[in-house]
Design a protein. Structure first.
Length: 620
Protein backbone atom coordinates (compact mmCIF):
# COMPACT_ATOMS: atom_id res chain seq x y z
CA UNK A 1 0.00 0.00 0.00
CA UNK A 2 2.75 2.45 0.99
CA UNK A 3 4.64 1.58 -2.15
CA UNK A 4 1.70 2.60 -4.34
CA UNK A 5 1.29 5.85 -2.39
CA UNK A 6 4.82 6.78 -3.45
CA UNK A 7 3.26 7.40 -6.85
CA UNK A 8 1.63 10.61 -5.59
CA UNK A 9 4.81 11.89 -3.95
CA UNK A 10 6.72 11.48 -7.21
CA UNK A 11 3.87 12.95 -9.25
CA UNK A 12 3.86 16.09 -7.09
CA UNK A 13 7.66 16.27 -7.22
CA UNK A 14 7.59 16.20 -11.02
CA UNK A 15 5.17 19.11 -11.34
CA UNK A 16 6.87 21.14 -8.62
CA UNK A 17 10.16 20.74 -10.50
CA UNK A 18 8.50 21.76 -13.76
CA UNK A 19 7.05 24.90 -12.15
CA UNK A 20 10.49 25.57 -10.65
CA UNK A 21 12.04 25.52 -14.13
CA UNK A 22 9.27 27.73 -15.52
CA UNK A 23 9.85 30.26 -12.74
CA UNK A 24 13.64 30.10 -13.13
CA UNK A 25 13.41 30.94 -16.83
CA UNK A 26 10.99 33.79 -16.06
CA UNK A 27 13.45 35.25 -13.56
CA UNK A 28 16.37 34.89 -15.96
CA UNK A 29 14.45 36.63 -18.74
CA UNK A 30 13.52 39.46 -16.37
CA UNK A 31 16.91 39.57 -14.67
CA UNK A 32 17.49 43.25 -15.47
CA UNK A 33 14.29 44.13 -13.58
CA UNK A 34 15.13 42.08 -10.49
CA UNK A 35 18.91 42.56 -10.35
CA UNK A 36 18.59 45.36 -7.77
CA UNK A 37 17.07 42.91 -5.25
CA UNK A 38 19.20 40.99 -2.75
CA UNK A 39 19.94 37.39 -3.76
CA UNK A 40 17.96 36.05 -0.81
CA UNK A 41 14.83 37.87 -2.03
CA UNK A 42 15.16 36.36 -5.49
CA UNK A 43 15.67 32.90 -4.00
CA UNK A 44 12.70 33.46 -1.69
CA UNK A 45 10.49 33.63 -4.79
CA UNK A 46 10.65 29.83 -5.06
CA UNK A 47 9.61 29.35 -1.44
CA UNK A 48 6.67 31.77 -1.61
CA UNK A 49 5.55 30.12 -4.85
CA UNK A 50 4.93 26.76 -3.19
CA UNK A 51 1.30 27.26 -2.02
CA UNK A 52 0.03 28.09 -5.53
CA UNK A 53 2.29 25.50 -7.16
CA UNK A 54 0.95 22.84 -4.80
CA UNK A 55 -2.62 24.00 -5.43
CA UNK A 56 -2.15 23.78 -9.19
CA UNK A 57 -0.55 20.35 -8.91
CA UNK A 58 -3.44 19.20 -6.74
CA UNK A 59 -5.84 20.22 -9.54
CA UNK A 60 -3.74 18.27 -12.05
CA UNK A 61 -3.67 15.16 -9.85
CA UNK A 62 -7.48 14.91 -9.61
CA UNK A 63 -7.78 12.63 -12.67
CA UNK A 64 -4.88 10.35 -11.62
CA UNK A 65 -6.37 10.24 -8.11
CA UNK A 66 -9.74 9.07 -9.44
CA UNK A 67 -7.96 6.45 -11.53
CA UNK A 68 -5.98 5.33 -8.47
CA UNK A 69 -9.22 4.82 -6.52
CA UNK A 70 -10.56 2.60 -9.31
CA UNK A 71 -7.33 0.58 -9.54
CA UNK A 72 -7.11 0.14 -5.77
CA UNK A 73 -10.58 -1.38 -5.50
CA UNK A 74 -10.45 -3.33 -8.79
CA UNK A 75 -8.12 -5.95 -7.35
CA UNK A 76 -5.38 -5.49 -9.97
CA UNK A 77 -1.82 -6.04 -8.73
CA UNK A 78 0.08 -4.26 -11.51
CA UNK A 79 -1.09 -1.28 -13.57
CA UNK A 80 0.80 0.14 -16.55
CA UNK A 81 0.74 3.95 -16.61
CA UNK A 82 1.36 4.62 -20.30
CA UNK A 83 -1.70 6.90 -20.48
CA UNK A 84 -0.35 8.98 -17.59
CA UNK A 85 2.81 9.68 -19.55
CA UNK A 86 0.70 11.04 -22.41
CA UNK A 87 -1.44 13.04 -19.94
CA UNK A 88 1.61 14.69 -18.41
CA UNK A 89 3.32 15.33 -21.75
CA UNK A 90 0.24 17.01 -23.20
CA UNK A 91 0.04 19.26 -20.14
CA UNK A 92 3.78 19.96 -20.34
CA UNK A 93 3.38 21.17 -23.93
CA UNK A 94 0.32 23.30 -23.10
CA UNK A 95 1.94 24.77 -19.99
CA UNK A 96 5.18 25.45 -21.84
CA UNK A 97 3.29 27.37 -24.53
CA UNK A 98 1.45 29.33 -21.85
CA UNK A 99 4.72 30.06 -20.07
CA UNK A 100 6.41 31.41 -23.18
CA UNK A 101 3.33 33.49 -23.98
CA UNK A 102 3.46 34.73 -20.39
CA UNK A 103 7.11 35.79 -20.75
CA UNK A 104 6.21 38.02 -23.68
CA UNK A 105 2.92 39.31 -22.24
CA UNK A 106 4.66 40.28 -19.04
CA UNK A 107 7.35 42.10 -20.98
CA UNK A 108 4.72 44.13 -22.85
CA UNK A 109 1.90 44.53 -20.30
CA UNK A 110 3.57 44.07 -16.91
CA UNK A 111 0.99 41.45 -15.91
CA UNK A 112 0.78 37.68 -16.19
CA UNK A 113 -1.22 35.90 -18.87
CA UNK A 114 -4.90 36.15 -17.98
CA UNK A 115 -8.38 35.83 -19.46
CA UNK A 116 -8.08 39.23 -21.09
CA UNK A 117 -4.87 38.29 -22.92
CA UNK A 118 -6.25 34.91 -23.95
CA UNK A 119 -9.48 36.46 -25.20
CA UNK A 120 -7.46 39.01 -27.15
CA UNK A 121 -5.52 36.22 -28.87
CA UNK A 122 -8.65 34.21 -29.70
CA UNK A 123 -10.99 37.02 -30.76
CA UNK A 124 -8.44 39.13 -32.67
CA UNK A 125 -5.58 36.80 -33.72
CA UNK A 126 -4.24 39.21 -36.33
CA UNK A 127 -3.93 42.03 -33.82
CA UNK A 128 -2.42 39.63 -31.30
CA UNK A 129 0.22 38.57 -33.83
CA UNK A 130 0.91 42.19 -34.62
CA UNK A 131 1.32 42.97 -30.94
CA UNK A 132 3.76 40.09 -30.54
CA UNK A 133 5.85 41.13 -33.53
CA UNK A 134 8.38 42.78 -31.26
CA UNK A 135 8.76 39.65 -29.12
CA UNK A 136 12.22 38.02 -29.24
CA UNK A 137 11.41 35.04 -31.48
CA UNK A 138 14.71 33.26 -30.92
CA UNK A 139 14.43 33.49 -27.14
CA UNK A 140 10.78 32.41 -27.24
CA UNK A 141 11.48 29.32 -29.35
CA UNK A 142 14.51 28.40 -27.25
CA UNK A 143 12.53 28.79 -24.02
CA UNK A 144 9.66 26.71 -25.39
CA UNK A 145 11.99 23.94 -26.56
CA UNK A 146 13.90 23.95 -23.28
CA UNK A 147 10.77 23.71 -21.15
CA UNK A 148 9.26 20.90 -23.24
CA UNK A 149 12.50 18.88 -23.38
CA UNK A 150 13.21 19.25 -19.66
CA UNK A 151 9.57 18.48 -18.90
CA UNK A 152 9.70 15.27 -20.91
CA UNK A 153 13.00 14.23 -19.31
CA UNK A 154 11.64 14.87 -15.82
CA UNK A 155 8.46 12.99 -16.66
CA UNK A 156 10.51 9.97 -17.68
CA UNK A 157 12.85 10.10 -14.67
CA UNK A 158 10.52 11.09 -11.86
CA UNK A 159 6.98 9.82 -12.51
CA UNK A 160 6.33 6.12 -11.93
CA UNK A 161 5.42 4.15 -15.03
CA UNK A 162 4.08 1.10 -13.20
CA UNK A 163 1.88 0.82 -10.12
CA UNK A 164 2.13 -2.25 -7.90
CA UNK A 165 -0.62 -2.97 -5.40
CA UNK A 166 -0.22 -5.23 -2.38
CA UNK A 167 -3.04 -7.08 -0.71
CA UNK A 168 -4.58 -4.65 1.77
CA UNK A 169 -7.60 -4.73 4.08
CA UNK A 170 -10.66 -2.87 2.84
CA UNK A 171 -10.68 -0.57 5.90
CA UNK A 172 -7.07 0.47 5.27
CA UNK A 173 -7.90 1.18 1.65
CA UNK A 174 -10.84 3.34 2.67
CA UNK A 175 -8.77 5.33 5.17
CA UNK A 176 -6.01 5.80 2.59
CA UNK A 177 -8.42 7.11 -0.05
CA UNK A 178 -10.17 9.47 2.37
CA UNK A 179 -6.79 10.78 3.50
CA UNK A 180 -5.62 11.33 -0.09
CA UNK A 181 -8.83 13.14 -1.05
CA UNK A 182 -8.69 15.33 2.07
CA UNK A 183 -5.03 16.26 1.59
CA UNK A 184 -5.60 17.03 -2.07
CA UNK A 185 -8.62 19.21 -1.26
CA UNK A 186 -6.62 21.12 1.36
CA UNK A 187 -3.79 21.66 -1.12
CA UNK A 188 -6.26 23.00 -3.70
CA UNK A 189 -7.83 25.27 -1.08
CA UNK A 190 -4.53 26.37 0.41
CA UNK A 191 -4.93 24.82 3.86
CA UNK A 192 -7.30 25.28 6.78
CA UNK A 193 -7.02 29.08 7.01
CA UNK A 194 -10.13 31.24 7.15
CA UNK A 195 -9.89 32.18 3.48
CA UNK A 196 -9.20 30.00 0.44
CA UNK A 197 -5.99 30.46 -1.50
CA UNK A 198 -5.53 33.59 -3.63
CA UNK A 199 -2.69 35.18 -5.58
CA UNK A 200 -1.82 37.10 -2.42
CA UNK A 201 -0.44 33.90 -0.89
CA UNK A 202 2.53 34.29 -3.23
CA UNK A 203 3.09 38.01 -2.68
CA UNK A 204 6.04 38.77 -0.41
CA UNK A 205 8.14 41.54 -1.98
CA UNK A 206 8.05 45.25 -2.75
CA UNK A 207 9.22 44.26 -6.24
CA UNK A 208 6.21 43.40 -8.40
CA UNK A 209 8.30 41.26 -10.76
CA UNK A 210 9.24 38.94 -7.89
CA UNK A 211 5.61 38.78 -6.76
CA UNK A 212 4.45 37.93 -10.26
CA UNK A 213 7.19 35.35 -10.61
CA UNK A 214 5.93 33.64 -7.44
CA UNK A 215 2.35 33.44 -8.78
CA UNK A 216 1.81 30.17 -10.61
CA UNK A 217 1.11 31.02 -14.27
CA UNK A 218 -1.48 28.34 -14.89
CA UNK A 219 -3.25 28.85 -11.56
CA UNK A 220 -3.47 32.57 -12.25
CA UNK A 221 -4.90 31.96 -15.73
CA UNK A 222 -7.55 29.53 -14.47
CA UNK A 223 -8.55 31.95 -11.72
CA UNK A 224 -8.78 34.75 -14.24
CA UNK A 225 -10.88 32.66 -16.64
CA UNK A 226 -13.31 31.68 -13.88
CA UNK A 227 -13.74 35.33 -12.93
CA UNK A 228 -13.78 36.68 -16.49
CA UNK A 229 -17.55 36.41 -16.89
CA UNK A 230 -17.80 39.62 -14.86
CA UNK A 231 -15.41 41.48 -17.10
CA UNK A 232 -16.89 40.72 -20.52
CA UNK A 233 -19.93 42.96 -20.53
CA UNK A 234 -21.52 45.59 -18.37
CA UNK A 235 -24.67 44.22 -16.66
CA UNK A 236 -25.68 47.73 -15.59
CA UNK A 237 -26.53 49.54 -18.81
CA UNK A 238 -29.40 51.80 -17.84
CA UNK A 239 -28.93 54.61 -20.37
CA UNK A 240 -26.78 55.57 -23.31
CA UNK A 241 -23.12 56.18 -22.56
CA UNK A 242 -23.21 59.92 -23.28
CA UNK A 243 -26.03 60.50 -20.79
CA UNK A 244 -24.34 58.47 -18.05
CA UNK A 245 -21.01 60.21 -18.65
CA UNK A 246 -22.66 63.62 -18.49
CA UNK A 247 -24.43 62.88 -15.20
CA UNK A 248 -21.28 61.57 -13.54
CA UNK A 249 -19.21 64.45 -14.87
CA UNK A 250 -21.70 66.91 -13.44
CA UNK A 251 -21.55 65.16 -10.05
CA UNK A 252 -17.78 65.58 -9.92
CA UNK A 253 -17.49 69.09 -11.35
CA UNK A 254 -17.37 71.73 -8.58
CA UNK A 255 -18.28 75.34 -9.23
CA UNK A 256 -14.86 76.26 -7.86
CA UNK A 257 -11.68 74.31 -7.09
CA UNK A 258 -10.70 75.33 -3.58
CA UNK A 259 -10.37 73.89 -0.10
CA UNK A 260 -10.64 74.75 3.57
CA UNK A 261 -7.15 74.34 5.05
CA UNK A 262 -7.34 72.58 8.41
CA UNK A 263 -3.63 72.01 9.01
CA UNK A 264 -0.73 74.06 10.28
CA UNK A 265 1.60 72.30 7.82
CA UNK A 266 1.23 70.65 4.41
CA UNK A 267 3.75 67.88 5.12
CA UNK A 268 2.66 66.18 8.33
CA UNK A 269 3.08 62.51 9.05
CA UNK A 270 -0.22 60.74 8.34
CA UNK A 271 -1.54 57.74 10.26
CA UNK A 272 -4.70 56.25 8.75
CA UNK A 273 -6.60 53.90 11.07
CA UNK A 274 -9.28 51.81 9.35
CA UNK A 275 -11.50 50.39 12.09
CA UNK A 276 -13.29 47.08 11.65
CA UNK A 277 -17.11 47.42 11.62
CA UNK A 278 -17.01 50.76 13.45
CA UNK A 279 -20.52 51.74 12.42
CA UNK A 280 -22.08 55.11 13.28
CA UNK A 281 -24.51 53.20 15.51
CA UNK A 282 -21.65 52.80 18.00
CA UNK A 283 -21.14 56.56 18.30
CA UNK A 284 -23.56 58.78 20.22
CA UNK A 285 -22.65 61.94 18.27
CA UNK A 286 -23.66 60.15 15.05
CA UNK A 287 -26.99 58.96 16.43
CA UNK A 288 -25.69 55.76 17.97
CA UNK A 289 -25.90 54.34 21.46
CA UNK A 290 -24.32 56.09 24.41
CA UNK A 291 -21.43 54.63 26.40
CA UNK A 292 -19.99 52.22 23.83
CA UNK A 293 -17.19 54.44 22.48
CA UNK A 294 -16.56 57.17 25.08
CA UNK A 295 -12.97 57.77 24.01
CA UNK A 296 -13.92 58.32 20.38
CA UNK A 297 -16.50 60.84 21.59
CA UNK A 298 -13.69 62.75 23.30
CA UNK A 299 -11.65 62.69 20.09
CA UNK A 300 -14.60 64.20 18.22
CA UNK A 301 -14.56 67.16 20.61
CA UNK A 302 -10.90 67.77 19.77
CA UNK A 303 -10.79 66.82 16.10
CA UNK A 304 -12.65 67.43 12.84
CA UNK A 305 -15.63 65.15 12.23
CA UNK A 306 -17.28 64.47 8.88
CA UNK A 307 -20.65 63.45 10.22
CA UNK A 308 -22.45 62.26 7.08
CA UNK A 309 -20.00 59.85 5.48
CA UNK A 310 -21.06 56.49 4.05
CA UNK A 311 -19.01 53.37 3.32
CA UNK A 312 -18.75 52.18 -0.27
CA UNK A 313 -19.92 48.67 0.60
CA UNK A 314 -20.52 46.16 3.35
CA UNK A 315 -17.21 44.26 3.47
CA UNK A 316 -13.62 45.06 4.39
CA UNK A 317 -12.20 44.36 0.92
CA UNK A 318 -14.50 47.03 -0.53
CA UNK A 319 -13.82 49.44 2.30
CA UNK A 320 -10.08 49.02 1.93
CA UNK A 321 -10.13 49.81 -1.79
CA UNK A 322 -12.69 52.56 -1.27
CA UNK A 323 -10.57 54.28 1.37
CA UNK A 324 -7.08 53.76 -0.02
CA UNK A 325 -7.80 53.91 -3.76
CA UNK A 326 -10.90 56.09 -3.80
CA UNK A 327 -12.58 53.47 -5.97
CA UNK A 328 -16.32 52.68 -5.59
CA UNK A 329 -17.91 49.25 -5.31
CA UNK A 330 -19.23 47.20 -8.23
CA UNK A 331 -22.48 45.79 -6.78
CA UNK A 332 -22.03 42.28 -8.20
CA UNK A 333 -18.39 41.80 -7.25
CA UNK A 334 -15.20 43.20 -5.83
CA UNK A 335 -12.14 44.37 -7.76
CA UNK A 336 -9.84 42.57 -5.29
CA UNK A 337 -10.65 39.35 -7.15
CA UNK A 338 -8.74 40.70 -10.16
CA UNK A 339 -5.22 41.63 -8.99
CA UNK A 340 -4.18 42.66 -12.49
CA UNK A 341 -6.98 45.26 -12.50
CA UNK A 342 -6.60 46.23 -8.87
CA UNK A 343 -2.92 47.02 -9.43
CA UNK A 344 -3.89 49.67 -11.97
CA UNK A 345 -5.85 51.68 -9.43
CA UNK A 346 -4.15 54.65 -7.80
CA UNK A 347 -3.63 54.62 -4.04
CA UNK A 348 -2.90 57.18 -1.35
CA UNK A 349 0.24 55.21 -0.46
CA UNK A 350 1.56 55.46 -4.03
CA UNK A 351 0.96 59.18 -4.26
CA UNK A 352 2.55 59.91 -0.89
CA UNK A 353 5.49 57.61 -1.62
CA UNK A 354 6.18 59.61 -4.78
CA UNK A 355 6.08 62.75 -2.64
CA UNK A 356 8.78 61.57 -0.26
CA UNK A 357 6.73 59.72 2.37
CA UNK A 358 7.87 56.46 3.94
CA UNK A 359 4.95 54.03 3.87
CA UNK A 360 3.85 51.11 6.06
CA UNK A 361 0.81 48.89 6.65
CA UNK A 362 -0.13 47.06 9.87
CA UNK A 363 -2.73 44.32 10.22
CA UNK A 364 -3.12 41.65 12.88
CA UNK A 365 -4.68 39.11 10.51
CA UNK A 366 -3.68 37.28 7.36
CA UNK A 367 -2.91 39.90 4.73
CA UNK A 368 -3.51 37.28 2.02
CA UNK A 369 -7.21 37.30 2.88
CA UNK A 370 -9.28 38.67 -0.01
CA UNK A 371 -6.07 39.71 -1.78
CA UNK A 372 -5.29 42.54 0.66
CA UNK A 373 -1.62 41.68 0.34
CA UNK A 374 -1.69 41.98 -3.45
CA UNK A 375 -3.11 45.49 -3.12
CA UNK A 376 -0.71 46.53 -0.37
CA UNK A 377 2.48 45.33 -2.03
CA UNK A 378 1.52 46.65 -5.45
CA UNK A 379 0.86 50.17 -4.18
CA UNK A 380 4.20 51.26 -2.73
CA UNK A 381 3.75 50.22 0.88
CA UNK A 382 7.38 49.74 1.84
CA UNK A 383 6.74 47.82 5.04
CA UNK A 384 3.96 45.28 5.66
CA UNK A 385 3.43 43.81 9.12
CA UNK A 386 0.72 41.16 9.46
CA UNK A 387 -0.12 38.13 11.57
CA UNK A 388 2.96 36.26 10.43
CA UNK A 389 5.24 38.94 11.90
CA UNK A 390 4.03 38.56 15.49
CA UNK A 391 5.87 36.09 17.69
CA UNK A 392 2.93 35.89 20.08
CA UNK A 393 0.30 33.61 18.57
CA UNK A 394 -2.48 35.09 20.73
CA UNK A 395 -5.68 36.75 19.57
CA UNK A 396 -8.81 35.40 17.95
CA UNK A 397 -9.11 33.04 15.00
CA UNK A 398 -8.83 36.13 12.78
CA UNK A 399 -5.57 37.36 14.26
CA UNK A 400 -3.87 39.52 16.88
CA UNK A 401 -5.83 41.72 19.25
CA UNK A 402 -5.89 45.41 18.37
CA UNK A 403 -3.77 46.51 21.35
CA UNK A 404 -0.88 44.36 20.12
CA UNK A 405 -1.04 45.77 16.60
CA UNK A 406 -1.23 49.38 17.79
CA UNK A 407 1.78 48.80 20.02
CA UNK A 408 3.73 47.26 17.15
CA UNK A 409 2.93 50.20 14.88
CA UNK A 410 4.15 52.70 17.49
CA UNK A 411 7.36 50.70 17.90
CA UNK A 412 7.96 50.63 14.14
CA UNK A 413 7.09 54.30 13.58
CA UNK A 414 9.78 55.30 16.05
CA UNK A 415 12.29 53.82 13.60
CA UNK A 416 10.83 55.27 10.39
CA UNK A 417 12.07 58.44 8.68
CA UNK A 418 9.63 61.34 8.52
CA UNK A 419 7.34 62.20 6.90
CA UNK A 420 5.63 58.82 7.01
CA UNK A 421 2.25 57.49 5.92
CA UNK A 422 1.17 54.49 7.95
CA UNK A 423 -2.08 52.51 7.67
CA UNK A 424 -3.44 50.27 10.40
CA UNK A 425 -6.43 47.96 9.88
CA UNK A 426 -8.02 46.72 13.12
CA UNK A 427 -9.88 43.41 13.42
CA UNK A 428 -10.97 42.64 16.99
CA UNK A 429 -14.46 44.02 16.33
CA UNK A 430 -15.07 41.14 13.91
CA UNK A 431 -16.71 37.79 14.46
CA UNK A 432 -16.18 35.77 16.64
CA UNK A 433 -15.88 38.89 18.87
CA UNK A 434 -13.13 37.51 21.06
CA UNK A 435 -11.45 39.62 23.75
CA UNK A 436 -8.32 39.32 25.88
CA UNK A 437 -10.23 40.38 29.00
CA UNK A 438 -13.70 41.05 30.38
CA UNK A 439 -16.67 41.87 28.16
CA UNK A 440 -17.94 45.34 29.09
CA UNK A 441 -21.49 44.53 27.97
CA UNK A 442 -21.35 40.80 28.64
CA UNK A 443 -21.50 38.09 26.03
CA UNK A 444 -25.04 36.80 26.24
CA UNK A 445 -25.49 37.23 22.50
CA UNK A 446 -23.74 38.72 19.47
CA UNK A 447 -25.16 42.19 20.17
CA UNK A 448 -23.56 42.25 23.61
CA UNK A 449 -20.29 40.81 22.33
CA UNK A 450 -20.18 43.25 19.40
CA UNK A 451 -20.66 46.22 21.72
CA UNK A 452 -17.96 44.83 24.01
CA UNK A 453 -15.38 44.40 21.24
CA UNK A 454 -16.20 47.87 19.91
CA UNK A 455 -15.68 49.27 23.42
CA UNK A 456 -12.37 47.40 23.59
CA UNK A 457 -11.17 48.82 20.25
CA UNK A 458 -12.21 52.27 21.46
CA UNK A 459 -10.04 51.80 24.56
CA UNK A 460 -7.14 50.60 22.37
CA UNK A 461 -7.36 53.79 20.28
CA UNK A 462 -7.24 55.87 23.46
CA UNK A 463 -4.24 53.98 24.84
CA UNK A 464 -2.52 54.18 21.46
CA UNK A 465 -2.89 57.97 21.25
CA UNK A 466 -1.75 58.42 24.85
CA UNK A 467 1.36 56.44 24.00
CA UNK A 468 1.83 58.29 20.71
CA UNK A 469 1.81 61.62 22.54
CA UNK A 470 5.06 60.56 24.21
CA UNK A 471 6.78 60.03 20.84
CA UNK A 472 8.85 62.66 19.04
CA UNK A 473 6.79 62.38 15.86
CA UNK A 474 3.37 62.96 17.47
CA UNK A 475 3.17 66.75 17.21
CA UNK A 476 3.72 66.60 13.45
CA UNK A 477 1.20 63.82 12.80
CA UNK A 478 -2.34 63.86 11.40
CA UNK A 479 -4.45 60.89 12.50
CA UNK A 480 -7.32 59.87 10.23
CA UNK A 481 -9.91 57.46 11.68
CA UNK A 482 -12.52 55.78 9.49
CA UNK A 483 -14.52 52.54 9.57
CA UNK A 484 -14.04 49.92 6.87
CA UNK A 485 -17.85 49.55 6.66
CA UNK A 486 -21.02 49.75 8.72
CA UNK A 487 -22.73 46.81 10.39
CA UNK A 488 -26.07 45.18 11.15
CA UNK A 489 -25.20 45.27 14.84
CA UNK A 490 -25.67 46.62 17.45
CA UNK A 491 -29.23 47.60 16.49
CA UNK A 492 -29.78 44.36 14.59
CA UNK A 493 -32.70 45.80 12.64
CA UNK A 494 -31.23 47.33 9.49
CA UNK A 495 -31.56 45.50 6.21
CA UNK A 496 -28.70 45.57 3.71
CA UNK A 497 -30.52 48.23 1.67
CA UNK A 498 -30.98 50.63 4.58
CA UNK A 499 -28.60 53.62 4.25
CA UNK A 500 -28.05 53.70 8.02
CA UNK A 501 -26.24 50.39 7.55
CA UNK A 502 -23.52 52.28 5.63
CA UNK A 503 -23.20 55.34 7.89
CA UNK A 504 -19.66 55.49 9.31
CA UNK A 505 -17.40 57.99 11.10
CA UNK A 506 -14.55 59.90 9.47
CA UNK A 507 -12.41 61.90 11.88
CA UNK A 508 -9.26 63.99 11.45
CA UNK A 509 -7.31 64.38 14.69
CA UNK A 510 -3.96 65.69 15.89
CA UNK A 511 -1.91 68.67 16.98
CA UNK A 512 -1.39 69.66 13.33
CA UNK A 513 -5.04 70.75 13.13
CA UNK A 514 -5.48 74.49 13.59
CA UNK A 515 -7.06 75.48 16.89
CA UNK A 516 -10.07 77.13 15.25
CA UNK A 517 -11.13 73.86 13.58
CA UNK A 518 -10.86 71.55 16.59
CA UNK A 519 -14.30 70.29 17.54
CA UNK A 520 -15.73 71.32 14.14
CA UNK A 521 -18.25 69.12 12.33
CA UNK A 522 -18.76 69.09 8.55
CA UNK A 523 -22.24 67.82 7.77
CA UNK A 524 -22.36 67.56 3.98
CA UNK A 525 -22.88 64.07 2.60
CA UNK A 526 -19.74 62.26 1.50
CA UNK A 527 -18.28 58.84 0.80
CA UNK A 528 -15.48 56.71 2.10
CA UNK A 529 -14.00 57.04 -1.39
CA UNK A 530 -13.59 60.78 -0.73
CA UNK A 531 -10.79 60.25 1.80
CA UNK A 532 -8.09 60.29 -0.90
CA UNK A 533 -8.96 63.66 -2.45
CA UNK A 534 -9.76 65.24 0.93
CA UNK A 535 -6.47 64.16 2.51
CA UNK A 536 -4.27 64.97 -0.49
CA UNK A 537 -5.82 68.43 -0.80
CA UNK A 538 -4.78 69.14 2.79
CA UNK A 539 -1.23 68.15 1.86
CA UNK A 540 -1.33 70.37 -1.23
CA UNK A 541 -0.86 67.30 -3.46
CA UNK A 542 -2.76 66.91 -6.73
CA UNK A 543 -5.47 64.24 -6.50
CA UNK A 544 -6.38 64.12 -10.21
CA UNK A 545 -5.62 60.37 -10.42
CA UNK A 546 -8.48 59.69 -8.00
CA UNK A 547 -11.33 60.29 -10.44
CA UNK A 548 -13.98 58.88 -8.07
CA UNK A 549 -12.87 60.87 -5.04
CA UNK A 550 -13.92 64.41 -4.17
CA UNK A 551 -12.60 66.87 -1.61
CA UNK A 552 -15.03 67.03 1.33
CA UNK A 553 -13.43 70.31 2.38
CA UNK A 554 -14.27 72.07 -0.87
CA UNK A 555 -17.55 73.84 -0.08
CA UNK A 556 -18.36 74.00 -3.82
CA UNK A 557 -18.30 70.21 -4.35
CA UNK A 558 -21.55 68.30 -4.72
CA UNK A 559 -22.52 66.44 -1.56
CA UNK A 560 -23.37 62.79 -2.22
CA UNK A 561 -22.39 59.19 -1.63
CA UNK A 562 -22.85 55.99 -3.62
CA UNK A 563 -22.87 52.56 -1.99
CA UNK A 564 -23.73 49.06 -3.17
CA UNK A 565 -24.18 45.44 -2.14
CA UNK A 566 -24.67 42.27 -4.18
CA UNK A 567 -26.80 43.48 -7.10
CA UNK A 568 -28.15 46.44 -5.18
CA UNK A 569 -27.14 50.09 -4.89
CA UNK A 570 -27.93 53.29 -3.07
CA UNK A 571 -27.42 56.99 -3.68
CA UNK A 572 -27.67 59.63 -1.00
CA UNK A 573 -27.24 63.38 -1.10
CA UNK A 574 -28.38 66.29 1.06
CA UNK A 575 -31.93 66.04 -0.35
CA UNK A 576 -32.76 62.35 -0.57
CA UNK A 577 -31.67 58.74 -0.33
CA UNK A 578 -32.90 56.00 -2.67
CA UNK A 579 -31.77 52.37 -2.72
CA UNK A 580 -32.49 50.09 -5.64
CA UNK A 581 -32.57 46.36 -6.37
CA UNK A 582 -30.83 45.72 -9.69
CA UNK A 583 -32.40 42.27 -10.06
CA UNK A 584 -36.03 43.08 -9.30
CA UNK A 585 -35.64 46.64 -10.67
CA UNK A 586 -37.47 48.00 -7.66
CA UNK A 587 -36.89 50.80 -5.18
CA UNK A 588 -36.25 49.32 -1.74
CA UNK A 589 -35.87 52.51 0.27
CA UNK A 590 -36.91 56.10 -0.39
CA UNK A 591 -37.00 58.75 2.32
CA UNK A 592 -38.77 61.19 0.01
CA UNK A 593 -41.17 59.07 -2.05
CA UNK A 594 -43.69 61.90 -2.49
CA UNK A 595 -41.30 63.82 -4.76
CA UNK A 596 -41.37 61.79 -7.98
CA UNK A 597 -39.15 64.21 -9.90
CA UNK A 598 -36.43 64.21 -7.25
CA UNK A 599 -36.66 60.41 -6.96
CA UNK A 600 -36.14 60.01 -10.70
CA UNK A 601 -33.10 62.29 -10.53
CA UNK A 602 -31.58 60.41 -7.58
CA UNK A 603 -32.18 57.07 -9.30
CA UNK A 604 -30.54 58.31 -12.50
CA UNK A 605 -27.56 59.47 -10.46
CA UNK A 606 -27.23 55.99 -8.95
CA UNK A 607 -27.70 54.17 -12.26
CA UNK A 608 -25.29 56.32 -14.23
CA UNK A 609 -22.73 56.06 -11.43
CA UNK A 610 -22.77 52.26 -11.31
CA UNK A 611 -22.89 51.99 -15.12
CA UNK A 612 -19.81 54.16 -15.52
CA UNK A 613 -17.73 52.70 -12.70
CA UNK A 614 -18.43 49.16 -13.89
CA UNK A 615 -17.43 50.12 -17.42
CA UNK A 616 -14.16 51.51 -16.13
CA UNK A 617 -13.60 48.25 -14.24
CA UNK A 618 -14.07 46.28 -17.48
CA UNK A 619 -11.63 48.50 -19.35
CA UNK A 620 -8.88 48.45 -16.70
Amino acid sequence: MLKSLLFFARFFLFWLLFFFLDRLIFLIINFKKIAINPAQDIIATFYHALPLDLSMTAYIVVIPLLSYVYWLFSGRKIVELKWLSVYNKVLVVIFSILSVANFNIYREWGSKINAKALGFAISTPNEALASSASSPIGLSIASLALLIILGFVLQRRVVLRVLEFEKTALLIKGIAILSLVLVNFLLIRGGLKGSPITQSMAYFSKDQTLNNAAVNTEWNLISSLLASRMTKSNPYLYMDKQQADAIVKDLYTPAKDTTINLLTTNRPNVVLVIIESFTADLIKTLGGEDGITPNFENLIDQGVLFSNVYSTGSRTDKGLVGTLAGFPTLAAGSIVKWPEKMQKLPAISQTLFKNGYHTSFFYGGESEFDNYKAFILSHNYQNLVDRNDFKNAGGTSWGQFDEVVFARQTEELNKEPQPFFSTLLTLTNHEPYGLPGAYKFGKADNVAKFKSTAHYTDSCINAYLNNAKKQAWYKNTLFVFIADHGHLLPRNNQEIFNPRRYHIPLLFYGDVIKEEFRGRKFENTGSQSDVAATLLSQLNINAKDFAWSKNLLNPYNNSFAFFSWDNGMGFIDNQQCVTFDNVGKTVLYNNNDKDAKQTEKTLNNAKSYLQKVYQQFIEL
